[in-house]
Design a protein around this ligand. Structure first.
Ligand code: KIV
Length: 271
């Protein structure tokens, strides 16, 4: 038996059990083969091929421009790398909002062409028919509520969402609707910790927080933020575990110096 067959893969059922057992779920974004392989080997539970690829990989200001083909390309690279973790892929803006038939067609394309394990869609009641159709086709769906970046032009800012009663009430209702529609988990982005606590306690399915406090059933961060590759983004919720920007800049400067000074390559490094 190969080593890979002995690895116990993370499934949506595993995440549900983790919630029941009180074990927190770890999730990070990944967009390419090399990082996904490192994260999977390190033991991450879930990798999200986020449409934040639009920002951190392509340099766009928002997540709106990324296409379905580009998401499939990133998802294929991540899927090739992993042995254990669950890989969730964002359905990008414009490929599911217009109607549930289009949403299902987009969902099927991502699943078929990338080998992804699950999809994530942003929104509540507005997309509920699409969620139901995709789930009915046998595709696991993760919801995403609170600061949903695909709606940034509606919000106008990246500030904390659902601080007022009306928006908090709608978020709670949406979370229940998503659970009833068959979602296996919900990302809660940038909402008050107390609201995230109430939602997490109210739902059977796990919540995964980003800027939503410690009571969520799991946490997610964008890899470029937590590794310190992207140094301009410093929101309060972010814990930066490395300063890769400095490390990489230092290494590249060292390499440039070695080349300029004819130190690299030396005889041992030559054929
Ligand atoms: O695209 C993304 O990276 C996300 C996370 C912020 C949850 O949706």
């Amino acid at each position: 038996m190969s080593i890979n067959k002995e690895i116990k893969k993370v499934t949506t059922n595993t995440l549900q059990k983790m919630k029941s057992d009180g074990e927190k779920i770890s999730m990070l974004t990944a967009y390419d083969f090399s990082f996904a392989k490192l994260f999977d080997s390190a033991g991450i539970d879930v990798l999200l091929v986020g449409d934040s690829a639009s920002n951190v990989m392509a340099g766009h200001e928002t997540t709106l421009p990324i296409t379905l083909d580009q998401m499939i390309y990133h998802a294929q690279s991540v899927i090739r790398a992993v042995d254990r973790c669950l890989v969730v892929v964002d359905l990008p803006f414009g490929y599911y909002q217009s109607n549930s038939e289009i949403a299902l067609a987009s969902a099927i394309r991502v699943m078929k062409e990338s080998g992804a394990h699950a999809l994530k869609l942003e929104g509540g009641t507005e997309i509920i028919e699409s969620v139901k159709k995709i789930v009915a086709a046998g595709i696991p769906v993760m919801g995403h509520l609170g600061l949903t970046p695909q709606s940034i032009y509606k919000f106008g800012t990246y500030n904390v969402r659902a601080k007022d009663k009306t928006e908090a009430g709608k978020l709670k209702e949406d979370s229940k609707l998503l659970e009833e529609a068959g979602c296996f988990a919900i990302v809660l982005e940038k909402i008050p910790a107390q609201l995230a606590k109430e939602v997490s306690e109210h739902l059977q399915i796990p919540t995964i927080g980003i800027g939503a406090g410690k009571y969520c059933d799991g946490q997610v961060l964008v890899m470029h933020d937590m590794l310190g590759i992207n140094t301009e983004f410093k929101p309060r919720f972010l814990r930066q575990y490395l300063n890769l920007a400095d490390e990489i800049t230092g290494a590249v400067k060292h390499y440039i110096k070695d080349v300029k000074e004819k130190d690299f390559p030396n005889d041992v490094e030559s054929y």
